[in-house]
Design a protein around this ligand. Structure first.
Ligand code: AMP
Length: 261
Protein backbone atom coordinates (compact mmCIF):
# COMPACT_ATOMS: atom_id res chain seq x y z
CA UNK A 1 0.00 0.00 0.00
CA UNK A 2 1.32 3.44 -0.91
CA UNK A 3 0.62 6.44 1.30
CA UNK A 4 0.14 9.81 -0.41
CA UNK A 5 0.42 12.92 1.74
CA UNK A 6 0.17 15.51 -1.02
CA UNK A 7 -2.33 16.02 -3.83
CA UNK A 8 0.50 15.67 -6.37
CA UNK A 9 1.47 12.25 -4.96
CA UNK A 10 -2.15 11.10 -4.90
CA UNK A 11 -2.60 12.16 -8.54
CA UNK A 12 0.61 10.38 -9.56
CA UNK A 13 -0.36 7.15 -7.77
CA UNK A 14 -3.85 7.33 -9.28
CA UNK A 15 -2.49 7.90 -12.79
CA UNK A 16 -0.50 4.67 -12.48
CA UNK A 17 -3.61 2.67 -11.46
CA UNK A 18 -5.24 0.51 -14.11
CA UNK A 19 -8.88 -0.47 -14.54
CA UNK A 20 -11.75 0.57 -12.29
CA UNK A 21 -10.68 2.74 -9.37
CA UNK A 22 -12.77 2.72 -6.19
CA UNK A 23 -12.56 5.47 -3.56
CA UNK A 24 -13.64 5.12 0.08
CA UNK A 25 -13.67 8.58 1.72
CA UNK A 26 -13.23 8.42 5.52
CA UNK A 27 -12.14 10.42 8.53
CA UNK A 28 -10.21 7.46 9.96
CA UNK A 29 -10.93 5.88 13.36
CA UNK A 30 -11.53 2.62 11.53
CA UNK A 31 -14.09 0.09 12.73
CA UNK A 32 -15.97 -2.76 11.06
CA UNK A 33 -18.21 -0.28 9.17
CA UNK A 34 -15.19 1.18 7.38
CA UNK A 35 -13.76 -2.30 6.82
CA UNK A 36 -17.01 -3.39 5.11
CA UNK A 37 -16.66 -0.45 2.68
CA UNK A 38 -13.02 -1.32 1.99
CA UNK A 39 -13.91 -5.00 1.45
CA UNK A 40 -16.67 -4.12 -1.02
CA UNK A 41 -14.32 -1.81 -2.92
CA UNK A 42 -11.62 -4.51 -2.94
CA UNK A 43 -14.09 -7.07 -4.32
CA UNK A 44 -15.49 -4.77 -7.04
CA UNK A 45 -12.58 -2.58 -8.20
CA UNK A 46 -9.16 -3.07 -9.76
CA UNK A 47 -7.57 -0.42 -7.55
CA UNK A 48 -8.76 0.77 -4.14
CA UNK A 49 -8.06 4.20 -2.72
CA UNK A 50 -8.97 5.19 0.84
CA UNK A 51 -8.79 8.77 2.02
CA UNK A 52 -8.22 9.57 5.70
CA UNK A 53 -8.94 13.19 6.38
CA UNK A 54 -10.65 14.79 9.37
CA UNK A 55 -12.25 17.65 7.48
CA UNK A 56 -12.34 20.84 9.62
CA UNK A 57 -15.12 22.70 7.71
CA UNK A 58 -17.68 19.97 8.41
CA UNK A 59 -17.25 20.40 12.18
CA UNK A 60 -19.26 23.15 13.85
CA UNK A 61 -17.57 23.33 17.21
CA UNK A 62 -13.82 23.26 17.54
CA UNK A 63 -14.12 21.01 20.62
CA UNK A 64 -15.79 18.32 18.47
CA UNK A 65 -12.99 18.56 15.89
CA UNK A 66 -10.29 18.35 18.56
CA UNK A 67 -11.98 15.41 20.34
CA UNK A 68 -12.45 13.42 17.11
CA UNK A 69 -10.62 10.07 17.56
CA UNK A 70 -7.45 9.81 15.45
CA UNK A 71 -5.11 6.82 15.16
CA UNK A 72 -3.43 6.94 11.77
CA UNK A 73 -0.95 4.16 12.46
CA UNK A 74 -3.74 1.73 13.33
CA UNK A 75 -5.90 2.89 10.40
CA UNK A 76 -3.06 2.43 7.87
CA UNK A 77 -2.41 -1.10 9.19
CA UNK A 78 -6.14 -1.92 8.84
CA UNK A 79 -6.23 -0.45 5.33
CA UNK A 80 -3.18 -2.45 4.24
CA UNK A 81 -4.74 -5.61 5.69
CA UNK A 82 -7.95 -4.88 3.73
CA UNK A 83 -5.97 -4.81 0.49
CA UNK A 84 -6.07 -1.05 -0.12
CA UNK A 85 -3.65 0.12 -2.84
CA UNK A 86 -3.41 3.81 -2.01
CA UNK A 87 -4.09 5.69 1.22
CA UNK A 88 -4.45 9.45 0.80
CA UNK A 89 -3.76 11.26 4.10
CA UNK A 90 -3.42 14.96 3.38
CA UNK A 91 -2.84 17.75 5.91
CA UNK A 92 -5.59 20.35 6.24
CA UNK A 93 -3.27 22.97 4.70
CA UNK A 94 -2.91 20.76 1.61
CA UNK A 95 -6.69 20.49 1.13
CA UNK A 96 -7.46 24.09 2.10
CA UNK A 97 -4.55 26.28 0.97
CA UNK A 98 -4.36 29.91 2.05
CA UNK A 99 -7.02 31.94 0.28
CA UNK A 100 -9.41 28.99 -0.17
CA UNK A 101 -12.91 30.32 -0.88
CA UNK A 102 -14.79 28.00 -3.24
CA UNK A 103 -17.58 25.95 -1.67
CA UNK A 104 -20.14 23.42 -2.87
CA UNK A 105 -23.56 23.77 -1.27
CA UNK A 106 -26.30 21.20 -1.85
CA UNK A 107 -28.82 23.76 -0.72
CA UNK A 108 -32.08 22.01 0.23
CA UNK A 109 -30.82 18.55 1.18
CA UNK A 110 -27.96 20.10 3.09
CA UNK A 111 -30.14 22.34 5.25
CA UNK A 112 -32.75 19.85 6.54
CA UNK A 113 -32.44 17.40 9.51
CA UNK A 114 -28.70 17.30 10.34
CA UNK A 115 -28.28 20.59 8.50
CA UNK A 116 -30.61 22.37 10.93
CA UNK A 117 -28.45 21.30 13.89
CA UNK A 118 -25.09 21.47 12.12
CA UNK A 119 -25.24 24.52 9.81
CA UNK A 120 -22.47 24.34 7.20
CA UNK A 121 -21.81 20.64 7.88
CA UNK A 122 -22.92 19.39 4.46
CA UNK A 123 -21.23 22.30 2.71
CA UNK A 124 -18.00 21.01 4.25
CA UNK A 125 -18.83 17.42 3.31
CA UNK A 126 -19.84 18.23 -0.29
CA UNK A 127 -16.81 20.44 -0.85
CA UNK A 128 -14.26 17.95 0.44
CA UNK A 129 -15.92 15.07 -1.42
CA UNK A 130 -15.89 16.96 -4.72
CA UNK A 131 -12.22 17.79 -4.14
CA UNK A 132 -11.45 14.12 -3.42
CA UNK A 133 -13.39 13.08 -6.53
CA UNK A 134 -11.41 15.59 -8.63
CA UNK A 135 -8.07 14.51 -7.19
CA UNK A 136 -8.62 10.72 -7.30
CA UNK A 137 -11.00 10.59 -10.28
CA UNK A 138 -12.64 7.38 -9.06
CA UNK A 139 -15.01 5.28 -11.17
CA UNK A 140 -16.84 4.13 -8.04
CA UNK A 141 -17.24 5.65 -4.59
CA UNK A 142 -18.32 3.85 -1.41
CA UNK A 143 -20.41 5.35 1.38
CA UNK A 144 -22.27 3.92 4.40
CA UNK A 145 -26.04 4.01 4.89
CA UNK A 146 -25.27 4.97 8.52
CA UNK A 147 -24.95 8.55 7.22
CA UNK A 148 -28.11 8.47 5.11
CA UNK A 149 -28.32 12.23 4.57
CA UNK A 150 -24.68 12.36 3.52
CA UNK A 151 -25.45 9.67 0.92
CA UNK A 152 -28.39 11.70 -0.37
CA UNK A 153 -26.27 14.86 -0.56
CA UNK A 154 -23.55 13.01 -2.51
CA UNK A 155 -26.14 11.43 -4.83
CA UNK A 156 -27.50 14.91 -5.61
CA UNK A 157 -24.01 16.39 -6.03
CA UNK A 158 -23.01 13.68 -8.53
CA UNK A 159 -26.16 14.28 -10.51
CA UNK A 160 -26.24 18.08 -10.35
CA UNK A 161 -22.58 18.52 -11.27
CA UNK A 162 -22.56 15.76 -13.94
CA UNK A 163 -19.94 13.54 -12.39
CA UNK A 164 -19.71 10.10 -13.97
CA UNK A 165 -19.12 8.17 -10.75
CA UNK A 166 -21.07 5.15 -9.49
CA UNK A 167 -22.27 5.54 -5.92
CA UNK A 168 -22.23 2.32 -3.87
CA UNK A 169 -23.97 2.40 -0.50
CA UNK A 170 -23.38 -0.31 2.10
CA UNK A 171 -25.69 -1.24 5.00
CA UNK A 172 -25.05 0.04 8.50
CA UNK A 173 -22.79 -2.22 10.54
CA UNK A 174 -23.90 -2.58 14.19
CA UNK A 175 -22.50 -3.99 17.38
CA UNK A 176 -24.20 -7.09 18.80
CA UNK A 177 -26.29 -4.84 21.10
CA UNK A 178 -27.65 -2.89 18.09
CA UNK A 179 -25.59 0.33 18.44
CA UNK A 180 -24.39 1.48 15.00
CA UNK A 181 -20.60 1.50 14.87
CA UNK A 182 -19.19 5.02 14.94
CA UNK A 183 -15.76 6.44 15.65
CA UNK A 184 -17.49 8.64 18.24
CA UNK A 185 -18.68 5.59 20.26
CA UNK A 186 -15.16 5.44 21.72
CA UNK A 187 -15.98 8.72 23.54
CA UNK A 188 -18.98 7.21 25.43
CA UNK A 189 -18.62 6.17 29.08
CA UNK A 190 -20.08 2.70 29.89
CA UNK A 191 -23.19 4.34 31.38
CA UNK A 192 -23.62 6.63 28.35
CA UNK A 193 -23.23 3.66 26.05
CA UNK A 194 -25.99 1.82 27.89
CA UNK A 195 -28.27 4.86 27.54
CA UNK A 196 -27.34 5.22 23.84
CA UNK A 197 -28.94 1.82 23.13
CA UNK A 198 -32.32 3.58 23.22
CA UNK A 199 -31.43 4.98 19.77
CA UNK A 200 -31.34 1.70 17.78
CA UNK A 201 -34.26 0.43 19.89
CA UNK A 202 -36.30 3.51 18.98
CA UNK A 203 -35.50 3.31 15.27
CA UNK A 204 -36.32 -0.41 15.16
CA UNK A 205 -39.98 0.55 15.77
CA UNK A 206 -39.93 2.20 12.29
CA UNK A 207 -42.52 4.59 13.72
CA UNK A 208 -41.61 8.21 14.61
CA UNK A 209 -44.14 8.47 17.47
CA UNK A 210 -43.09 5.23 19.11
CA UNK A 211 -39.45 6.14 18.52
CA UNK A 212 -39.93 9.47 20.33
CA UNK A 213 -41.42 7.61 23.30
CA UNK A 214 -38.43 5.23 23.40
CA UNK A 215 -36.07 8.22 23.39
CA UNK A 216 -37.82 9.95 26.28
CA UNK A 217 -35.19 11.22 28.71
CA UNK A 218 -32.45 11.66 26.10
CA UNK A 219 -31.61 14.98 24.42
CA UNK A 220 -33.25 14.43 21.02
CA UNK A 221 -32.34 16.73 18.11
CA UNK A 222 -34.80 15.11 15.70
CA UNK A 223 -36.68 11.92 14.85
CA UNK A 224 -38.08 12.22 11.34
CA UNK A 225 -39.05 10.24 8.29
CA UNK A 226 -36.72 11.53 5.57
CA UNK A 227 -37.67 11.35 1.88
CA UNK A 228 -34.37 9.86 0.75
CA UNK A 229 -33.70 7.01 -1.69
CA UNK A 230 -34.60 4.74 0.06
CA UNK A 231 -36.68 6.62 2.67
CA UNK A 232 -35.44 6.33 6.25
CA UNK A 233 -36.51 7.02 9.80
CA UNK A 234 -33.54 9.11 10.97
CA UNK A 235 -32.67 10.38 14.43
CA UNK A 236 -29.97 12.32 16.25
CA UNK A 237 -29.52 12.32 20.02
CA UNK A 238 -26.96 13.71 22.43
CA UNK A 239 -25.67 11.44 25.18
CA UNK A 240 -23.31 13.28 27.50
CA UNK A 241 -20.98 15.22 25.21
CA UNK A 242 -21.40 12.78 22.32
CA UNK A 243 -23.88 13.32 19.49
CA UNK A 244 -25.08 10.14 17.80
CA UNK A 245 -26.98 9.74 14.52
CA UNK A 246 -28.61 6.62 13.15
CA UNK A 247 -31.38 5.61 10.79
CA UNK A 248 -33.40 2.64 9.63
CA UNK A 249 -34.46 2.04 6.04
CA UNK A 250 -38.22 2.11 5.42
CA UNK A 251 -40.12 0.68 2.49
CA UNK A 252 -42.27 3.13 0.51
CA UNK A 253 -45.45 2.03 2.29
CA UNK A 254 -43.98 2.53 5.78
CA UNK A 255 -42.62 5.93 4.79
CA UNK A 256 -45.89 7.04 3.23
CA UNK A 257 -47.92 5.95 6.26
CA UNK A 258 -45.85 8.05 8.65
CA UNK A 259 -45.38 11.04 6.39
CA UNK A 260 -49.13 11.25 5.91
CA UNK A 261 -49.81 10.94 9.66
P1 AMP B 1 -16.45 8.49 8.69
O1 AMP B 1 -15.03 8.05 8.82
O2 AMP B 1 -17.24 8.42 9.95
O3 AMP B 1 -16.61 9.77 7.94
O4 AMP B 1 -17.13 7.38 7.78
C1 AMP B 1 -16.58 7.02 6.55
C2 AMP B 1 -17.59 6.19 5.81
O5 AMP B 1 -17.91 5.04 6.59
C3 AMP B 1 -18.90 6.94 5.55
O6 AMP B 1 -19.38 6.61 4.25
C4 AMP B 1 -19.80 6.40 6.61
O7 AMP B 1 -21.17 6.45 6.27
C5 AMP B 1 -19.32 4.97 6.72
N1 AMP B 1 -19.70 4.40 8.00
C6 AMP B 1 -19.50 4.93 9.23
N2 AMP B 1 -20.04 4.14 10.18
C7 AMP B 1 -20.60 3.09 9.54
C8 AMP B 1 -21.31 1.93 9.97
N3 AMP B 1 -21.57 1.69 11.25
N4 AMP B 1 -21.75 1.06 9.02
C9 AMP B 1 -21.50 1.31 7.71
N5 AMP B 1 -20.83 2.37 7.24
C10 AMP B 1 -20.38 3.25 8.15
Amino acid sequence: MRVARTIAEARAFRAAAEGAVGLVPTMGGFHAGHIALLAAARAECDAVVVSLFVNPPQFGEEADLLAYPRDEEHDLAVAAEAGVDIAFCPAASEVYPAGFQTWVDVTELGSMLEGVHRPGHFRGVATVCLKLFNIIQPDLVYFGQKDAQQVEVIRRLLRDLDLEIDLHVLPTVRDADGLALSSRNALLTPDERRRALALPRALATKDPDRARTELDGLAVDYVEVAPFHPPVLAAAVRVGTVRLIDNVVLDEEEAHEHQAA
